[in-house]
Design a protein around this ligand. Structure first.
Ligand code: KIV
Ligand code: NA
Length: 264
């Protein structure tokens, strides 16, 4: 059997099967996550922060994301690879959205793209789907809008919840195959999930979603100061720090390399 497709994703919702998504930005982690059975990998614009060290997701470009996406596609056999349309690559209009999404599919082999927003990007979402490009939506805390949100804060409380549901319905009607719900009250995410025929993928959105996504460095504990919604499944930061200190110590003392690490 080949790659996971949008049909498999739709079938999972019909069967009530929950699934996990992770971000990935390179071939080696992508291979590992693929072999571990993660069906969908996201080359997120979170790379702007966790790979490039920027303060937000705004600076990263399509040109920077394409090589990472190519690497993730090459590292995987089974996973569907979703590429994040970066800030400024689709907001300007339908044509630029189509051009940039097509670049991801043509130049990196991505299988789908993700964009942030609901009704405000519905023309773009519709055009991409009509062009044969699967679209994943993203509602709630949309990090590309950090400056209008006034920081990274929970979204969809009170009356904003009804607005979010309308946006989710609009994305579904436009043909989106899934929608990420980020940092919204669990009750709202549950209500949206029940109202949609396409799966919701939660991050900081409680247990009621059809799927869950985490940034892999958060999941594995490489990020030492993650958000409240993160569960650390490992303590990679301390594993890596200890290994690094031991390596440096062994080199300084002459304990490494030993004879078995040398050629004769
Ligand atoms: O860029 C990203 O990592 C994301 C996920 C957190 C959904 O958009
Ligand atoms: Na993103």
């Amino acid at each position: 059997k080949g790659r996971i497709t949008v049909r498999d994703i739709a079938d999972a919702k019909r069967r009530g099967e929950k699934w996990a998504m992770l971000t990935s930005y390179d071939a080696m982690t992508a291979h590992l996550f693929d072999e571990a059975g993660i069906p969908v990998l996201l080359v997120g614009d979170s790379a702007s922060m966790v790979v490039h060290g920027h303060e937000s997701t705004l600076p990263i470009t399509i040109d920077e994301l394409i090589p990472m996406t190519s690497a993730v596609v090459r590292g995987t056999r089974r996973a569907m690879v979703v590429a994040d349309l970066s800030f400024g690559s689709y907001q300007t209009g339908v044509e630029e959205a189509l051009r940039n999404a097509a670049r991801f599919l043509k130049e990196s082999g991505a299988h789908a793209v993700k964009l942030e927003g609901g009704r405000r990007v519905i023309r773009q979402a519709t055009a991409l789907v009509e062009a044969g490009i699967p679209v994943m939506g993203h509602l709630g805390l949309t990090p590309q809008s950090v400056n209008t949100m006034g920081g990274y804060r929970v979204q969809g409380r009170g009356d904003a919840g009804a607005e979010l549901l309308v946006d989710a319905k609009a994305l579904e009607a436009a043909g989106a195959f899934a929608v990420v719900l980020e940092c919204v009250p669990a009750e709202l995410a549950e209500r949206v999930t029940a109202s949609l025929s396409i799966p919701t993928i939660g991050i900081g959105a409680g247990a009621g979603c059809d799927a869950q996504v985490l940034v892999w460095q958060d999941m594995a504990g490489l990020n030492e100061t993650p958000a409240k919604f993160v569960k650390k499944y490992a303590d990679l930061a301390s594993v890596l720090a200890t290994a690094t200190r031991e390596f440096a110590r062994d080199v300084a003392s002459g304990a490494f390399p030993a004879p078995e690490h040398a050629y004769r």
